[in-house]
Design a protein around this ligand. Structure first.
Ligand code: 4NP
Length: 155
């Protein structure tokens, strides 16, 4: 059975498309693309239709990862379409759960940093208003969290 992952941040142009493409990169390396599929979305409508941020793409490219995608907004319909919904920060986590007032899908919603193995961070920091270092940091942090998540999925 295929496990369907949805990575969620605020704008869906920096952190969540990075997580999606990093996970796809790891899945390709391990020949696991048929077992796990990835998508990403934003809790906001700010950047619907936009490609990943150029600064984020540059940081990913330094690690050999190409970021592709087009921003879309997270909706309640996603709860049925995915097995795991991975929030980049606590605000994303709250905004996702707010679309499930009965708590029916709460068991599917996790924080991305729960899977970190090396980094102590509890949230993936929003790099949007900062410098280039912040984008590099997000890539390295997400590499750690994605590989931890893959181990947890035990495929
Ligand atoms: P993301 O980063 O949530 O990682 O995609 C952001 C992108 C855009 C904005 C904030 C964060 N914004 O305020 O437009």
């Amino acid at each position: 059975m295929t496990t369907r992952l949805l990575f969620v941040c605020l704008g869906n142009i920096c952190r969540s498309p990075s997580a999606e493409n990093i996970m796809n990169y790891l899945l390709e390396q391990r020949r696991l693309q048929s077992q796990i599929t990835c998508d990403s979305a934003g809790t906001s409508s700010y950047h619907i239709g936009s490609p990943p941020d150029g600064r984020m793409r540059a940081a990913a490219q330094k690690r050999g990862i190409r970021l592709i995608g087009s921003a879309r907004q997270f909706t309640a319909a996603d709860f049925d379409q995915f097995d795991l919904v991975l929030a980049m920060d606590n605000s994303n986590y709250r905004n996702i759960l707010a679309l499930d007032p009965a708590g029916k899908y709460a068991h599917k919603v996790k924080r991305m940093c729960d899977y970190c193995q090396e980094y102590p961070d509890r949230e993936v920091p929003d790099p949007y208003y900062g410098g280039a270092d912040g984008f590099d940091y997000v890539i390295d942090l997400l590499m750690d969290a994605c590989s931890g998540l893959l181990q947890e999925l035990e495929v």
